[in-house]
Design a protein around this ligand. Structure first.
Ligand SMILES: [Ca+2]
Ligand SMILES: [Ca+2]
Length: 411
């Protein structure tokens, strides 16, 4: 169910705002004085209304203490706000001089939100303005175009229905769990620029990739405990429940995903249409970068002086794997995206990207080798870069190669 969690009602006073853009209607104003009452009477909503009278100002100030603060713009518009008590605004809503609305809100858990706008209360439909992405930062500010004129604009933030909420910590039984991180939809630049130190030729051309749908990605590499629970075997060279499973081929990693999907469908925990899979190469690079375009998710690290904080690789690994999650995660909370073991991706390997702009690229339609990503315990720092890619035959298995699991809508 979609739940509106707060509501902003901008009622502009009936005078012309010559300096506001796109304001052809303001010469014949038709304020909508009754519009707010519908919402002030709704259960669960509280309405804060601000005019120019001192009494209203006092009421407003008092109300702000319990709800959200609001401010009046430079042109004297009255601004009224109704806020659901469940929503925490981190800073006052501001009506900026350039005719834009700025709001900042607190990330409550990892749920996604969408912002909708409607021109009038009684007519028209809600139009989505933007995805509010709580994964990127705990607090975000949005500038929203606020059109001047007699019409009333309404904003509403809704929770995105989340069929995957129950899977973020998957209880496999026997005390074994599998944790996932919510990866937001978004657009990023895949590959590395020509100027990147230690870049390889297969990391381009730079391609704008849109990941159109949110998905879950394993917070850690798949561990040996998880592998044994699902597959009943342990092929790893370095043994330990919390060590990443290795010496698993692409074929076996895919079999793991299929078996897990089957089990979780039977248990009723996996929503219809969703499956456990390997991530595509684009999904993995997007998730690794977590909004960065540097050599590593923590920066460019030109002399590789900081990589040991984030990754197990040749310099610090002692020539072996390490328990998952011991190094510092990226901004989205993913561990060992650089180093420890390389990770299988779903795609066939091609030695170049398509270039231009693409949506949800699945990799080449045909091929032989599969992509591996991230670098491992026996690799140099350069091979742990966000853009670095190698290939391996799908039947190959190595003690430096494992995988992590995604959960996504197969459509
Ligand atoms: Ca890794
Ligand atoms: Ca390469």
């Amino acid at each position: 169910m979609i739940l509106p969690i707060f509501y902003i009602d901008l009622q502009l006073l009936p005078f012309k705002l010559d300096h506001m853009p796109g304001d052809s209607k303001s010469k014949s104003p038709h304020p909508n004085p009754g519009s707010g009452n519908r919402f002030s009477n709704r259960p669960g909503w509280k309405r804060v209304c601000m005019g120019r009278a001192p009494a209203r100002l006092l009421l407003f100030v008092v109300s702000c203490l319990a709800l959200a603060a609001i401010s009046v713009g430079a042109f004297g518009q009255s601004v009224s706000v109704a806020v659901d008590e469940a929503v925490a605004l981190s800073r006052p809503i501001k009506f900026l001089e350039n005719g834009r609305l700025q709001l900042a809100w607190v990330n409550e858990g990892a749920l996604g939100y969408e912002l909708f706008r409607r021109e009038q209360l009684e007519r028209g439909s809600w139009v989505k303005v933007v995805d509010l992405n709580p994964v990127m930062e705990s607090v975000q500010t949005y500038d929203l175009a606020v059109e001047a004129g007699p019409s009333t604009a309404f904003y509403q933030i809704r929770k995105i229905p989340d069929p995957l909420a129950s899977l973020q910590t998957l209880d496999l039984g026997d005390g074994i769990t599998m944790e996932f991180v919510r990866i937001p939809s978004g657009t990023f630049i895949m590959g590395s620029p020509q100027s990147e130190t230690h870049r390889e030729s297969d990391e381009g051309p730079l391609t704008e990739v849109t990941i159109s749908e949110r998905f879950l990605l394993g917070k850690y590499e798949v561990t040996q405990a998880q592998w044994e629970w699902v597959m009943g075997t342990n092929p790893s060279r370095f043994k330990g429940d919390q060590l990443p499973v290795e010496r698993v081929s692409w074929n076996l990693a895919v079999a793991f995903c299929e078996r897990l999907t089957e089990r979780e469908r039977e248990s009723g925990r996996l929503p219809e249409g969703y499956a456990f899979t390997l991530p595509t190469e684009a999904q993995r690079e997007y998730a690794c970068r977590a909004g960065t375009q540097n050599r590593f998710y923590f920066g460019d690290d030109p002399d590789y002086g900081h990589l040991a904080q984030y990754a197990w690789y040749w310099t610090n690994s002692g020539s072996r794997t390490h328990p998952v999650g011991e190094k510092e995660p990226n901004a989205w909370g993913l561990y060992d995206m650089h180093g420890n073991v390389w990770e299988w991706c779903l795609d066939f390997y091609a030695n170049a990207y398509p270039g231009g702009s693409v949506i949800d690229p699945p990799g080449p339609e045909t091929g032989a080798a599969r992509v591996i990503r991230g670098g491992g315990w026996e690799d140099f720092a350069r091979d742990c870069r966000s853009a670095c890619r190698l290939r391996a035959w799908p039947g190959n298995s190595f003690s430096y190669l494992g995988f992590r699991v995604a959960v996504q809508n197969l459509k």
